[in-house]
Design a protein around this ligand. Sequence first.
Ligand SMILES: Nc1ncnc2c1ncn2[C@@H]1O[C@H](COP(=O)(O)OP(=O)(O)OP(=O)(O)O)[C@@H](O)[C@H]1O
Length: 651
Amino acid sequence: MSSRANKPDTQADIELRDCLGNIPPRSFIMKAGAGSGKTTSLIKGLSSVIHMHGSRLRKTRQRVACITYTEIAAGEIWRDVGSDPLVHVSTIHSFMWLLVKPFQNDIRVWVSRRIVEKIEALEGKQKDYGPRVQQRTKDKDTRDLERLRRQSGRIAAAKVFRYGTGSNYAKGILGHDDILKLVPHLIAEHPRFRTLFARQFPFVFVDESQDTTTEIVEALKTVEREPGVTFCLGFFGDPMQRIYATGSGQVEAGAKWADIPKPENFRCSTKVLNLANSIRRSGDDLVQTLGQRLGPDGIVPTPEGSAHLFILPADDTRDANLILVREWMAAQTGDNYWRPGDDDQERVKLLVIVHQMAARRLGFGDLYAALNSKAPSAFKDGFLDGSAWPISPCVKFLIPIAIAHNRGRQLDVMQLIRAYSPLLDKDSLVGVSVAERLKELGDLVASISAGIAGNSGATIGDLLKQVHNSELLVLDPSLVSYLDPNAPVPMLPDSNETNDIDDDVDEDDESGKELAAMDAFLACPANQLLAYHTYISERSPFWTQQGIKGAEFNRVLVVLDDAESTHFQFSYEKYLGLKELSDTDRKHIAAGEETTVDRTRRLFYVSCTRALKDLAVVLFTADVEQAKVHIRQLELFEPEAIHTAAVLLGA
Ligand SMILES: Nc1ncnc2c1ncn2[C@@H]1O[C@H](COP(=O)(O)OP(=O)(O)OP(=O)(O)O)[C@@H](O)[C@H]1O
């Protein structure tokens, strides 16, 4: 077995084993900070289940389920438990689909009801149209309603229901969102479903539980409470590392559950850990201690490391100053890898929330403006990790396939088609010559690649319409609604226009905002997707696909820059007390709801705690001196580790 399963036991691992060995096994939560080894404990826990209960589980054809955040994490965990078939590791969506797939009749009933609900919601919306609702919103609603009514009439014709990336009920395809709603519904309404679930998987562990939706957490807890079933549920998470608004944050332990603390940090150097603890002081006050690291020759001392803050002017010296910071860090730490080089990605992990000006410089200014400036908040959030529904098919399929095609990696092209496209499914090949279909696919891929990685001048709208019309992908219905042939051709707004709006803006007209954002998005040149992809996969603190979450790097450079930011979910200046809170923030505080400050603190915490040894934080701000005086009082960084441009002069 691999290294993670063989890490030395901590007290938490011993308590976890006690839970698993208890008769009946006891459910638990393990809440612990960054780098505390939660995933390591989870893997050790899975190994313990195999060891303690394996032969019984095998006889009764039962398995242990482990839910993780990404396919990549799932693969790593499964390998860490020796690829044991007793353990089923998967993402939440795949796991939920595995549970629900055999219940085809119940799915059909649910889908019919869901369409009726959607129709009723739209009809209700139409009745309540206020004077400000645009005619285009009304037309779109009418088209959506017609589509839903058509689908409703065709449900009976769907032979089986399958799980896909987007949903198309008439074709029997359920999307991600459907699965996350369907399963909690079946769990809540059908005792038999709860019993069968627990019988199949008597142990269920959830990693990164802070980002698991509240509905799923509650549904799992309902199974755990079912009388007469044996079901051991374990949540591993850290509320301070929640990055999605839909995440449950802190999972509360049930009455008889164990609440297992894990106070050590095995990842960060002493200085980085001190900073991490300081960041949490204004949050939930969780304090971590240095974990004792054991090497083959005994205890390995924790490196002292460093955590520096550079407060620098927010002007056109930014890029030059970032290079000077790296030079300074190299000289200070004696680590040459701080200096820029050809293999820069391997050297320093740069984490930054991009803003309008940077996006323009990096080559995706229009795309940024479309999905940020006046866009609904769900688009802004999902922009930073590629999960927003307009852009997600581009991130998952169109961009990777264009890259693979251009590099001549045919195997990767085919793998992507097999994973995402229904065009090679058995059903879709009935009566079609395979050679013809492959030729059709080849042409489509070439055209997409020319749009994204070539100079065909195609817009994102052109590509998505092509994908939709050829049925290359099943797209999310929200997106389909904009690709309708009757929808007017979108126009690209002037990207140099200042689109900044205050965060106190009226949030009521979300449909109007969505229309405007989608117009701009579909009109964007498709070749901006490549630059955007480079940003999110290399610099975004939110990129979970092969990710920042759970990842660690020797040298981390975190850039805090609110300038021109239209991403009001985050503001480093508000977090650091350099900018006044808005009325909206105050309203949220009064209502006990989370604020920009809470979200930014979590983002800052996740970013800083990726550093194994040395960390440089660069704050670009208008008034450097005032910021320096203020930040010193916060006691986040050690006073001698707070610098201004003066320190860089000799670098
Ligand atoms: N018991 C241990 N002894 C020594 N090192 C450990 C131990 N447990 C974990 N580690 C090491 O600490 C680091 C962090 O572990 P892991 O990724 O499991 O933490 P985590 O709590 O899941 O992190 P995060 O929540 O920040 O993503 C890894 O390098 C891991 O190998």
